[in-house]
Ligand binder design. Structure first.
Ligand code: GRF
Length: 227
């Protein structure tokens, strides 16, 4: 029998929400033993909202264009999140930079997925930049959010080889497929209490880890213990 779901999390999106879909599916098959208490988008036209509705999850729009400052928007966002009372906040293609006040409020409870092997290629257009640089490897990273953009401790990375004939679109597609595997995995670890961030340091199963877990060729490599 499935365990009761005592924990909940919210997912913040801005677009298609394919990661959201992978997370919804992982919840449905009890890979993630928690419920999604809400999906919040800063854009009313985000397709991810439809995915939430299809799954019977509360969908909320907080349109950033209706707020004159980032602080005001973040304030509305944090009030909405607090009402939902989640254990974790999952950023899945949420295209807004969050203020330090917001991040401090939800410190150590914010996960993000970024389409590169961090610390390489922070910011936007990562697939294009990887191709332009002629890199042979690319991938995606799940990380905790801290006050510096795309710089919090990395939990898990998935690697993919760049092919000679890759275009931005083929590479994006392959990285996306891997994102859909590693993000539910990291969320599951957090929900199960296995994964924690403390003072900007990462702990998995109560052990300090200094290197991310890796997902390579369909195999999980857990980080070596460092303490
Ligand atoms: C993903 O590539 C993710 O890494 C980045 O935004 C994209 C979101 O895609 N943060 P989707 O909306 O989940 O399809």
């Amino acid at each position: 029998m499935a365990k009761p779901r005592n924990k909940s999390f919210v997912v913040l999106i801005s677009g298609s929400g394919s990661n959201l879909q992978a997370i919804i599916d992982a919840v449905a098959r009890h890979q993630i033993n928690a419920s999604i208490s809400g999906v919040i988008s800063n854009r009313a036209d985000a397709f991810g909202l439809e995915r939430a509705r299809q799954a019977g999850i509360t969908d909320i729009v907080i349109d950033h264009t209706q707020y004159s400052t980032r602080q005001d928007f973040d304030q509305a966002l944090s009030e909405t999140i607090n009402k939902l009372g989640p254990d974790l906040i999952v950023l899945a293609g949420f295209m807004r930079i969050l203020s330090n006040e917001f991040i401090d409020q939800f410190k150590e409870k914010l996960l993000n997925i970024h389409p590169s092997l961090l610390p390489r290629y922070k910011g936007l257009h990562t697939h294009r930049r990887v191709l332009e640089a002629g890199d042979s490897m690319h991938g995606a990273s799940v990380h905790f959010v801290n006050n510096e953009l795309d710089s919090g401790p990395v939990v898990i990375q998935a690697e993919v080889a760049v092919k000679d004939n890759d275009t931005e679109s083929t590479l994006t597609q392959r990285v996306h497929q891997l994102e859909h595997i590693i993000y539910p995995m990291a969320i599951q670890w957090f929900i199960d209490g296995r994964l924690k961030m403390n003072n900007n340091q990462l702990f998995l199963d109560n052990k300090l880890i200094t290197h991310p877990a890796r997902w390579i060729s369909n195999t999980l490599q857990l980080p070596e213990e460092t303490a």
